[in-house]
Design a protein around this ligand. Sequence first.
Ligand code: CA
Length: 232
Amino acid sequence: MATIWIVEDEERIGLLILAAVKKAGHEAVRLYDASELEKRLKKETPDLLLLDLMLRGKDGFAILAEWKARKETARVPVIILSARSAENDKVRGLELGAEDYITKPFGVRELQARLQTALRRVTPEAQKWIAGDLTLQPDAREAWQNGARVALTYREFELLYYLARRPGQAISRGQLLREVWGYPTEDDPSRTVDYHIKSLRAKLGDDPANPRYIETLRGTGYRWLAPEGHEA
Ligand code: CA
């Protein structure tokens, strides 16, 4: 059970979220705006924050920026829940450090699934994961190859870390969408997974025709080839 705070000023949606979080077995605390949030933060810190963007007073982006700048809350995941569906807003939210961005209206089960994914990500993990010439630091989401830092996006790191812990396994695109993206569906019409695999390979200097790390399994998905990793 996790403690989840919800900052949402709309009564009906707030109640809906509250009920969904409780039904998923978590403790839920409802807050209406930044000033209530700040008051509460003087006493405690939640395990996850569900954050609306359009609020009276400070908006969600400002709250998020402060959240990620404060030492006590920087590592607490934030999921934005907003009616603003423009790509700009999503990108801004993710760049400010939100774990996920859910567009309203949303399904209760979708919210619960994405909540679980975000929470699973923050459960304590290895300090470092070493697989051949790669070193991954899940805390900081940083990767090194032969001691040189590889600049990865948030999702590229998650994808790499997921694959690297499953050497030799055939992993489907649907499984990656579910486990790495937290999507409730296994359909990938926009080829999100392939797109990210491609950029990951480019950054690792992995040739798909003669792969060292990631093998494409025709009609199936992908397989991690590099040596089995270990915690360090
Ligand atoms: Ca609102």
